[in-house]
Design a binder for this molecule. Sequence first.
Ligand SMILES: [Zn+2]
Length: 295
Amino acid sequence: MQTQSKLALCSLPLALCATGSVLAQGQQDFSAVQIKTHQVAGNVYYLEGQGGNVGLLIGDDGVLMIDDQFAPLSEKLQAAIKALSNKPVRFLVNTHVHGDHTGGNENFGKLGLDIIAHDNVRVRLAKGVNGGAPSPAVALPVVTYGDKMTLHLNGETVTIAKLPPSHTDGDSYIHFAKADVIHTGDSFRTIGYPGVDFNNGGSVKGMIAALQALYDAAGPNTKILPGHGVVVTRAEIAAQRDLTVELQKRFTDLVKRGLTLEQVVAAKPTADLDEKYGSSERLVPAFYNAVKAEQ
Ligand SMILES: [Zn+2]
């Protein structure tokens, strides 16, 4: 059960997601991964490779980077950044603790930049995520915050703010005021079901609140850059919130009826949704455990 819950984290590919990343990195061949660069708006870009979307703000003051995928991809990511800007990466924000968003921390930390994250991300990385090895000091955030912080660079006002515990208990979103872009981290993704990592403080109630908070932080034209997937608008966030409310209702009913996890799996509570959202193999144990704990 623990293994299943631990896997209830990220999007594709399954083997690379989050907690499995330490193992997966040793097994996975990243040599074929190509980094694709996408402009979101103005000086805000994102890099698509393997793992979470890497957000970038470029300009004369230096590069702000959001998340760093897996360690074997650091050089490719650096090359893609260099193609956009001749300035060094000055800040690296971790949206949350998972290895497909923080795997490059050690490599990038050695470049001397400052890693920024919510307080809980540093605590979990320092301890070791899901029984994994503690991160070395150079891979840890040196600037942490509890509620909200603001960076002023490249003519942008960049707000990094805490979301309610949803995907994990250290989720941040990053808002670029001038470009009107929000990087949501994994509290919102356009791929698959909502991901609640119960073992790292994720919550179904919190996920609904986080999606509402992201919706409220966005305007109708704000470009939403998800943790995984493609750029959308806040209408997609509203749809994800409504889906999460529906899932919460279904799982609450099953928990109240006293069903075990095995019985819930057998009941296939998302059979009608799987065609649209993909496999519920990781969703079911995560939502079952979270909803049970949140009764
Ligand atoms: Zn994640």
